[in-house]
Design a protein around this ligand. Structure first.
Ligand code: ZN
Length: 279
């Protein structure tokens, strides 16, 4: 009989389905599972969402998926080799949000959230703000329809993010979701906490001190951890490709910043993730 082992840590936001892992995705996932790290592969457009769902099916437990359309993929110019592989040979017009396509993927029980979705003003093409609002709104509606939380990406756009979320607050599930790699202000954090959101922190807390005050401010019950692999590798692996097995370094640093025993930081963030994802 297969005995279920409860995880030590939960990487709530990773991308092992991206091209950067094409050579050895299974080995990467097994290294994580051996260290009792459960993972959520986060989709960013149609192909990476479908691949996240497909990946989850190869493992009896501990590997989940989200499906959604990242704001940068609503624009025409973005192509990240780590993500999609190959060279950019054409300029796409940007993906429209195909509600039916994503809803179909959501029939799969291993899909635990919608996203990553949100607003990104870091690279902003013409008229893309309006398109980002529209695509984000459609994903909030989908999350509401299927009663799943949101996995939110926000860069340089917290005032507008809060406006959009306030406008849709009646549609939220409880809990409404995760603000991934939060970089806003304390006021933003307070508003988002009041709206019910949790916050994920990753490798950046191991090498930059800019987030320590925020990590201390947000209650442990609202914090989850992530690697965002293949990006943002934690100390002491800087310079290497990131992977979910490195979660332990991030949890150690969280414990240090919060002045908590490692076991408490690990146990509570893992419980938070399992409660959010109902898994
Ligand atoms: Zn991501």
């Amino acid at each position: 009989m297969h005995e279920s082992i409860s995880p030590l840590l939960f990487d709530v936001h990773t991308h092992t389905q991206f091209a950067a892992f094409a050579e050895n995705q299974d080995a990467v996932i097994r290294r994580a599972l051996e260290r009792q790290v459960w993972i959520v592969n986060v989709g960013t457009q149609k192909d990476t969402s479908a691949a996240a769902v497909e990946t989850a099916h190869h493992y009896a437990e501990g590997v989940y998926a989200t499906v959604g359309l990242h704001p940068i993929h609503t624009d025409k110019s973005h192509h990240d080799k780590e993500e999609l592989g190959g060279e950019q040979t054409f300029v796409s017009r940007g993906e429209e949000f195909d509600y039916a396509y994503y809803k179909k993927l959501l029939q799969n029980p291993k899909v635990v959230a919608i996203g990553e979705c949100g607003l990104d003003y870091y690279r902003l093409g013409e008229q893309t703000k309006q398109k980002q609002f529209a695509v984000f709104g459609q994903q909030i509606a989908l999350a509401s329809e299927v009663r799943k939380p949101l996995m939110i990406h926000c860069r340089n756009a917290f005032a507008d993010l809060i406006d959009v979320l306030n406008g849709h607050r009646s549609a939220f599930t409880a809990p409404p979701g995760i603000i991934h790699f939060f970089t806003g202000t304390v006021d933003d954090a307070k508003t988002l906490l009041d709206l019910g959101f949790s916050f994920s922190f990753g490798g950046v807390i191991t090498f930059a001190r800019d987030y320590d005050d925020m990590v201390r401010y947000i209650p442990l019950e609202r914090i989850v951890l992530e690697t965002d692999a293949p990006y943002i590798t934690p100390v002491p692996y800087r310079g290497k490709r990131n992977e979910p097995a490195y979660m332990i370094e991030i949890a150690r640093k969280l414990a240090e910043i919060k002045k908590l025993p490692f076991e408490t930081a690990a146990r509570v963030t893992t419980q938070n993730a399992r409660a959010l994802f109902a898994c």
